[in-house]
Design a protein around this ligand. Sequence first.
Ligand code: DC
Length: 228
Amino acid sequence: MVEKQNIITIDGPSGAGKSTISKLLAARLYYTYLDTGAMYRVVGLMVKRTGLDLQAANSREKLVQLLDSFDLKLAPGLENQETRAFLNGEDVSETIRTPEMAMVASRVSAEPEVRTKLSDMQRVMGSKGAIVAEGRDMGTVVFPDAKYKFFLDATPEERALRRQKQLLEKGQKVEYEEILSQIRKRDQDDSSRSLAPLKPAADAIVIDSSEMSIEEVVSFMLAVIEKR
Ligand code: DC
């Protein structure tokens, strides 16, 4: 049984600052940070590498086989770094963090088999102790009993700017317009899918971070947590 006071969920669209804020919040509280987007990206990479066509008639069986046999591990990144992700022992941390892999992850995340498998894994990870779980459906589907639920939002334009800066820091130069249109497309896909669509839980606190600094958002969250 997962102790609900041990779980904080942070959901929201891509580029809203979830990763940075979740990592900081987890560090301040000595909680473990769970980056569920990385898990969808790893599954996306695996599907891409095997060349599985999800539209094909016999793809279900193959997808289930793949999901039954793969080994996925997450490890905390060193200070300020993103979660390290391992697929069958191979470090794929950099490979999964490209705009292309984001789109592939979004695509596979609409598959029921993928959602069931990863949600189960996430609940197991959550059962081990205090976590800050970041994703799209943490507060709505995976940890509906979490004590603290936040939904972090920002305008698509602000998110595209932040994402562009982030990619530049990693040496990836991508046009602002391209990022903005990818963000809009992913928002649309993530929010309109029938399974676990991106939306705030009824009891989540929605934060629009467009005009807020990272520190302001983290302080606000800590204040909410300390008050309850
Ligand atoms: O947070 P991210 O950009 O790394 O997530 C990549 C994709 O994975 C995102 O477009 C939707 C999907 N995802 C999801 O469906 N549910 C989650 N809990 C986390 C991510």
